[in-house]
Design a binder for this molecule. Structure first.
Ligand SMILES: [Mg+2]
Length: 445
């Protein structure tokens, strides 16, 4: 079987296929391991050399020990189906009617994922954040290291600069931490560890003032006197990113970070006040999520990662603006899909699936209908980005570099969500998110 798979793929252009073999570590076999779009894998598996009734497609991410079952291919019926349920869980609905998360979103029109970082670059990022945790005595910081590095690896792993990768991974880690301690999973002892007053999160004006102060520290050249840990880390982040970019881009980037944080405060205040106008209409919801997700500054990091900057002429171009917007909406809906189980437990209403399920206009959708509607919206954005790219039709190197990078973020973001334990839970409604993946960063690095 292993030889058949390898010879069938030989010369097909699937250069990222790693290997195939019977697995002795998983109850599903034979295993076919590939980093590829499952539909293109399926095309190859139609060849007559495959005699097994089904083949499980596993996606390799970040490091060789992290595998994720993305789909199962039924050879007799010639179609992709849901991953086999490996673990048991509480089933309150027809889980077979739910979309297979990766197979339904990694569609043929989605661009290929960017390359991943080398092991030594991943180690450098891990060491950098360990040093930050020690220098500022914030040991809990390391608990956000994994999603920060994993996300950066999936979306910006191809950056040629170790320093840029480390700076992006540290910033992503910092924002996963901020999201959790102020919004998703408030924790007073962590606030104290970072030198943040416990009362800040309970008052929107204080929270907005706090983020404005952090933003000015991010921009300043001199380290503040007697900084708290949160201020010190913020200053170091700004210092490293300014050193590696240019003043025009850096100032725009700092503006974008502040816009995200203030939008986060507003949507949180709306949630607390139960005044959630944005949950009543898809367009308003999308624009709220574009701002409060941080997706806009993530797209700006495409320029930082490549060290190729759009400049004023192109960064303000209306078509590029629309393209970026569609790409960010793609990313936030992917997040909503994969983080639905997490947000269900956290009672967070800001999720497109929850919104569809509560929509009074169509009587509300069941979970599977709502999840499929989200998948449709996700895949619509891919076509919007492709159309806008065609419409812009620029040969300018900086524009090409930016659009390719943005498309890489869209694909990498799906893979990040499919492999990171952040979105996994033993009672997840999605079977493929019930099992934790061995965390290679924690065990090997
Ligand atoms: Mg979410």
């Amino acid at each position: 079987m292993a030889l058949h798979v390898q010879s069938a793929l030989h010369g097909t252009g699937m250069t990222s296929v790693l290997h195939s073999r019977f697995s002795n570590t998983s109850p599903v076999a034979p295993i076919f391991r590939a980093r590829s779009c499952p539909t293109s894998v399926a095309a190859f598996l139609k060849r007559p050399c495959f005699h097994s009734p089904s083949v499980n497609l596993l996606y390799n991410s970040t490091l060789p020990s992290m595998w994720c079952c993305i789909a199962s291919y039924d050879i007799a019926q010639g179609r992709l189906q849901r991953p086999r349920v490996i673990t048991s869980g509480v089933v309150k609905f027809d889980e077979m009617a739910l979309p297979p998360l990766v197979a339904s979103t990694v569609i043929p029109d989605l661009p290929p994922p960017p390359a991943q970082a080398s092991f030594s670059v991943l180690c450098a990022a891990k060491d950098h954040m360990k040093n930050i945790a020690e220098r500022w005595s914030v040991h809990s910081f390391e608990s956000w290291t994994h999603p920060g590095i994993s996300f950066t690896n999936e979306v910006f792993g191809s950056t040629s600069s170790r320093d840029r990768f480390v700076a992006i991974a540290t910033l992503q880690t910092f924002y996963f931490m901020l999201d959790d301690i102020f919004s998703d999973a408030p924790n007073e002892s962590v606030l104290e560890e970072f030198g943040i007053s416990r009362s800040i999160g309970k008052c929107s004006q204080k929270l907005a003032a706090f983020f404005k102060r952090l933003n000015s520290i991010f921009r300043q050249q001199e380290i503040p006197s007697n900084p708290t840990p949160i201020e010190g880390i913020t200053w170091e982040l700004g210092h490293d990113m300014r050193r590696l970019s240019n003043p025009e881009w850096f100032n725009k980037f700092a503006d974008c970070l502040l816009e995200h944080q203030i939008a986060g405060v507003s949507s949180h205040v709306d949630h607390i006040a139960d005044d959630q106008q944005f949950l009543k209409e898809v367009e308003a919801y999308a624009q709220m999520r574009v701002l409060n997700s941080g997706g806009r500054w993530v797209m700006m990091l495409v320029e930082f990662a490549t060290n190729v900057y759009l400049g004023d002429e192109f960064s303000a171009h209306p078509i590029l603006h629309q393209l970026t917007n569609a790409a960010v909406i793609h990313c936030v809906y992917v997040n909503d899909l994969f983080s639905y189980p997490k947000e269900m437990f956290e009672e967070n209403p800001r999720n497109i699936i929850k919104m569809f399920m509560q929509d009074s206009n169509d009587g509300g959708s069941g979970l599977s209908q709502a999840a499929w509607k989200a998948v449709d919206l996700i895949n619509t954005q891919i076509h919007t980005v492709a159309e806008l790219e065609k419409k812009f039709d620029s040969e300018v190197f900086a524009v090409r570099s930016y659009i390719d990078g943005v498309k890489g973020v869209m694909t990498g973001n799906i893979y990040f969500h499919s492999v990171d334990n952040r979105y996994r839970h033993p009672n997840s409604v999605f079977p493929e998110l019930r099992e934790n993946i061995t965390n290679a960063h924690e065990t090997n690095v």
